[in-house]
Design a protein around this ligand. Structure first.
Ligand code: HEM
Length: 402
């Protein structure tokens, strides 16, 4: 039997998680990783079922054991806010929060935003074309989503940079960027600034409702139930966070995939309508969400393995999405692939609430970029990926704009 490397942050695994997880999937799709201290699910079947298994809990935000009492106390307000994020809750709390959010985050609200997304995209592309070489991650992929989510929430234009900074800082905690030593303090300070900022806006919207998501969240009600101010605040921080980094990586990973597959780029240029299936293929082939964590709520047996209450489980979407049992030629980037039942947005009750928005943003951002710079090239001989095991994001992406 082959020896398995248990270091999920080994530089080789970070660069190419697909080969690593393919080995695991073949070897043992329900694998105990002693170094991470949890189970790694890698086949499509186990990952899909894992998302829908009520024995696995989404309640996974808690201070780490090694943190120490004092630090835990210091971080308690931060963890209180995160523990109100619906993505970290099981029913019935999740059901209630999701129902109220659905009242505000409607397809109508997303559709209303489309002309604005197009306008913002055009503005950014024009601005970029003043240069011949740019770090497209910084100048485009990470800016558009923050502008869109700010417009959706109803945050003033001049405050977008603040929102972006707070969201970036929070990522250090949620995605566990172990290489940043003071990540807890940075995330805590930014979250507390964001909360103070949102409190003022929420107070205003209670008296002067506008046509924005914060007003809709404040007003959303179901059987006389409403979101409390703390819940509206938590929800806004989740939407900023959930809608930012992931969509940034969808755009950047997409530009990289097309750069590395010129024949697929040519195909899209010939048939721009393929952008719909192309975006789904990016989510499958090299999507922003590599894996999601769950915690076992009870003891149970799976694939002859004894899963114990409290055990962590990593549902590896990046592996499920390359499983040959479901996808033909899984390692090929094929923008005509259809149907494409990838798990890039998860499955079950936590299925991404922002998926319709993310798909539209991806289509507009990539479609317009390729139309404007049809011969763009990535300049980096080697790209670098962020060393986390839950998201798949580049550190930079330098390109020439032609
Ligand atoms: C390409 C971009 C995106 C990807 C790949 C993505 C991925 C995901 C995934 C995998 C989940 C499931 C989490 C779990 O099961 O634990 C999720 C949930 C969620 N996403 Fe997204 N997301 C994206 C964009 C967005 C956007 C734009 C928003 C909002 C503006 C958003 C808001 C949310 C929310 C609120 C949840 C929690 C849903 C729940 O727990 O019921 N996401 N996302």
């Amino acid at each position: 039997m082959q020896t398995i490397n248990n270091d999920l942050l080994d530089p080789l695994v970070v660069v190419d998680p697909y080969s690593y997880y393919e080995t695991l999937r073949k070897h043992d799709p329900v694998y105990w990783n002693s170094q991470w201290g949890g189970w790694i699910f890698t086949s499509y079947e186990e990952v899909k079922n894992g998302f829908q298994d009520i024995r696995l809990s989404a309640e996974r935000v808690r201070p780490s054991k090694g943190m120490g009492k004092e630090k835990q106390q210091e971080m308690s307000s931060t963890y209180t806010i995160l523990s109100n994020w619906l993505v970290f809750n099981d029913p019935p709390k999740h059901t209630r929060l999701r129902m109220l959010m659905n009242k505000a985050f409607t397809p109508k609200a997303v559709n209303k935003l489309l002309p604005k997304i197009e306008e913002t995209t055009d503005y950014l592309l024009n601005d970029m074309s003043k240069n011949r070489e740019v770090n497209v991650l910084q100048s485009y992929a990470s800016i558009l989503p923050i502008m869109v989510i700010s417009d959706l929430l109803g945050v003033p234009k001049e405050d977008r940079n603040l929102i972006k900074k707070w969201s970036d800082d929070l990522m250090l905690l949620v995605f566990g960027a172990a290489e940043v030593e003071n990540r807890h303090e940075v995330a805590k300070n930014s979250l507390s600034e964001m909360v103070d900022y949102l409190k003022v806006i929420i107070k205003d919207r209670r008296v002067n409702p506008k046509e924005d998501l914060i007003s809709a969240l404040v007003e959303a009600s179901e059987d006389q139930d409403k979101l409390s101010d703390d819940e509206v605040i938590s929800t806004c921080t989740l939407l900023v966070f959930g809608g930012h980094e992931t969509t940034t990586n969808l755009i950047a990973n997409g530009l990289l995939a097309f750069n590395n597959h010129p024949e697929q780029l040519q195909l899209l240029k010939n048939k721009p309508e393929l952008i719909n299936t192309a975006v789904d293929e990016i989510l499958r082939y090299d999507g922003p969400s590599k894996a999601m964590v769950r915690v076992a709520k009870e003891d149970f047996i799976l694939n002859d393995k004894e899963i114990k209450i409290g055990d962590k489980v990593l549902l590896v979407q990046a592996s499920a999405n390359r499983d040959p049992a479901v996808f033909e030629r899984p390692n090929e980037f094929d923008i005509t692939r259809s149907p494409n039942h990838h798990l890039g947005f998860g499955r079950g009750i936590h299925y991404c609430l922002g998926a319709p928005l993310a798909l539209q943003e991806g289509r507009i951002a990539l479609g317009k970029f390729i139309e404007k710079f049809p011969s763009y090239r990535v300049l980096d001989q080697k790209v670098e990926w962020q060393p986390t095991f839950v998201n798949r994001g580049l550190k930079y992406l330098n390109i020439s704009l032609y």
